[in-house]
Design a protein. Structure first.
Length: 375
């Protein structure tokens, strides 16, 4: 770990952290800002909920919108992408008789939530080394005349690919598209949410933009805003979108209050220059690990996320969910936090690069793997 940067976080120095994408890591200064927000609320809860929080939450929501480059009237605060998916499914009143399209590279939350509402899932399938045109064709082929929503990860959860969102949205139109952008804020440069041609876009701020957990933005296209309601409805009555998402009864709002502190920490850590440094580090780190494994590059025509990428494991290693879980535990026992992923009958490691990582972290993984896999 880079000691100077690692000191800004509270990560256990005994572990090699190569899994930033899973839960993020909150810088100490941001955790302290959230603590201060909590303390202020606890000193006078009545004052906080009546007088302070409305303005603080509006400011937080607007700072997130500015960070993402969207107009403030389109962006609501939610706790995470899973909540955003629930809001959209509820707002569109999706249920029995409806189809929802997901992909085999998608995080499971959208599919589970849609099924729980009685909708039928249709799955777009494509290999890790597909070309963008294959991805577009797979989504288009999964759409039926009953399809009410298409959900796709902008950065795919298990496989770390950057999907061609705008091309998929154009191909499935007029079916509305919900983009699961959990890994995108602060991690994918050049983002223009409003130009993607999608109806809904939800991104976690607590993964790569250094806000406290749980803080996320749900952006909604103008024609759908009126129908969107928070899942926790208290105090939303009569308010327009997106203000109606701000005060959600007696939940802990402190993670949202500290959103501007997290985004400031992202800038202080180097902003997009820091992302470029991490992307370069990850290329070198992944190559170290790949060379130690003696496998071929995992990717084809779809680009990997800058700070998240797969390295293929040898044939037969971690190629099922159970085997991937067993390898995860072996790596963890060796002090290395990195997720093995079983995808389409093949095992991979999903490596991340965060500001606190350095080449030694990947070298440690590369050195440990032959022994672990040999055993
Ligand atoms: C693409 C994607 N979507 C959603 C999630 C879940 O995020 P949350 O628990 O914040 O809803 C993850 C978690 O890593 C993810 O990778």
């Amino acid at each position: 770990m880079r000691r100077d940067i690692a000191e800004l976080f509270e990560l256990d120095p005994a572990l090699t952290h190569l899994n930033h994408g899973a839960f993020g890591a909150v810088p100490r200064s941001v955790r302290e800002a959230q603590d201060r927000a909590r303390t202020r609320i606890e000193r006078a809860p009545m004052r906080a909920f009546r007088d302070d929080l409305p303005a603080a939450l509006a400011a937080a929501r607007e700072s997130a919108a500015a960070f993402l480059g969207v107009q403030p009237d389109g962006a609501a605060l939610v706790r995470n992408v899973t909540e955003a998916v629930g809001v959209v499914l509820q707002g569109l009143d999706i249920g029995p008789g409806d189809d929802v399209v997901v992909s085999d590279h998608g995080y499971l939350t959208a599919g589970w939530s849609a099924e729980a509402r009685g909708a039928r899932l249709r799955t777009a399938r494509f290999p890790v080394d597909a070309d963008p045109a294959d991805v577009v064709a797979a989504f288009a082929a999964a759409v039926t005349d009953r399809t009410r929503l298409v959900v796709l990860d902008q950065i795919t959860s298990p496989t770390a690919l950057v999907l061609p969102v705008a091309a998929v949205a154009a191909a499935v139109a007029p079916v509305p598209v919900l983009v699961d952008a959990a890994h995108v804020p602060g991690a994918l440069p050049g983002l223009d949410v409003e130009a993607l041609g999608v109806a809904f876009w939800a991104g976690n701020l607590h993964k790569w933009a250094y806000t406290p957990r749980a803080a996320a933005t749900l952006w909604v296209a103008p024609e759908h805003r009126e129908a969107m309601r928070p899942l926790v409805t208290s105090w939303s009555h009569g308010l327009p979108y997106p203000e109606r998402f701000d005060l959600q009864g007696t939940v802990d709002h402190s993670s949202w209050v500290a959103v501007p502190d997290g985004l400031a920490a992202w800038r202080d850590l180097g902003g997009w220059e820091q992302v470029a440094r991490n992307a370069d580090l990850l290329l070198r780190g992944a190559e170290l690990v790949r060379a130690a494994l003696g496998t071929r590059a995992a990717h084809g025509g779809i680009p990997s996320a800058p700070c998240l990428r797969l390295v293929a494991l040898p044939q037969g290693v971690a190629d099922t969910t159970d085997a991937a879980e067993a390898l995860w535990q072996q790596l963890y026992a060796a002090g290395i936090v990195v997720p093995p992923v079983a995808f389409a009958g093949r095992g991979y490691l999903r490596l991340a690069a965060a500001p606190y990582n350095d080449e030694d972290d990947y070298a440690r993984l590369a050195a440990a793997l032959p022994g672990i896999l040999g055993a």
